[in-house]
Design a protein around this ligand. Structure first.
Ligand code: SF4
Ligand code: SF4
Length: 305
């Protein structure tokens, strides 16, 4: 019985508390927010739409294309396009895409970003008519300098330092390039010298052949040109005078070719004319014989006896 009375008292107490709460709320000002006319002031670390902040002081883009956010994203909704600049020898951001249709606003990408570039904004109004329009490119993601300043202050983020002036590629890769070119330069010079020497040798051989041909056509004997050839070959073998010797030999070979060829051609033409004449004579003989035969046959017909 006592137990029943205790339970009844407890129930009346609870009902009284409920009635008290209803009574109190009946006289209190409503707390309903007139959204979208009035937007509630969100907490500083509210995780809304993702954006790329710029340096609040200079307006420089903060992303260094390290792709840490892309790798850490569990939904794989970040896609970064970057290339290595030949001028600065550093990665340069080309495009940055975030598919907000896939993003679950976990904030992991903002946690790993070393430059505080990618941040969660307070914007949550992203309703759209297609999934494609939820893919934000770098243009839509990048905040203005004022917006970046607002979020850096609101989230109490450390201000980034201004970028150091980009060194030109020649200076940036000077150490490596200089070492490479020093090593490769020697090889290239050696190769060039070898190529020149080879060209000089070829030119000397050509000149020798031309001289020998010219000597044969003039008097049927080879003269003292081979000595000159050997000299030129020796010169060509010398690394200092290789280029000049090659040029000289080529010029000589050309001039000798030009002078030797017409002589040989003239003699060949003469030979051809003589041969043609003898062939014509040989060809004329059977014709004469045939004419004789015809005449004799005609005479036989006239005088059958
Ligand atoms: S908030 Fe999470 S899901 Fe969205 S892009 Fe960043 S890491 Fe990916
Ligand atoms: S982690 Fe930051 S700096 Fe690295 S690629 Fe992502 S946004 Fe750019």
């Amino acid at each position: 019985m006592a137990n029943l009375l205790d339970r009844a008292v407890e129930s009346f107490k609870r009902v009284g508390e409920g009635l008290k709460t209803v009574f109190m709320h009946s006289f209190r000002e409503p707390t309903t927010q007139e959204y979208p006319e009035k937007i509630q002031d969100l907490a500083p670390h509210f995780r809304g739409r993702l954006a790329l902040a710029v340096n609040p002081d200079t307006g420089d883009h903060l992303c260094i294309s390290c792709r840490q956010c892309e790798r850490v994203c569990p939904d794989k909704c970040i896609e970064i396009t970057a290339h290595k600049s030949p001028e600065t020898n550093k990665l340069e951001l080309i495009d940055f895409k975030i598919d907000h249709g896939l993003c679950m606003f976990c904030g992991l990408c903002t946690e790993v970003c070393p430059t505080t570039c990618i941040i969660n904004t307070n914007d949550f109004e992203m309703a759209d008519y297609s999934r494609e329009s939820l893919i934000y490119d770098i243009k839509r993601l990048t905040l203005t300098q004022d917006e970046s300043t607002y979020y850096f202050d609101k989230k109490e983020l450390p201000r980034p330092k201004p970028k150091a002036a980009a060194k030109p590629a020649a200076a940036a890769g000077a150490a490596g390039a200089a070492a490479k070119s020093a090593a490769a330069g020697g090889d290239a010079a050696a190769k060039a010298a070898a190529a020149k020497a080879a060209a000089a040798k070829a030119a000397a051989a050509k000149a020798a052949a031309a001289k020998a041909a010219a000597a044969k056509t003039d008097d049927g004997e080879t003269k003292a040109e081979p000595k000159a050839e050997s000299k030129s070959e020796e010169k060509a073998a010398e690394p200092k005078a290789d280029a000049e010797a090659a040029k000289k030999d080529v010029v000589e070979a050309k001039t000798e070719d030009i002078t030797a060829e017409p002589k040989a051609d003239a003699e060949a033409a003469k030979k051809d004319v003589v041969e043609a004449k003898t062939e014509d004579k040989a060809a004329e003989a059977p014709e004469k014989d045939a004419k004789k035969d015809v005449k004799e046959a005609k005479a036989d017909e006239k005088d059958p006896e």
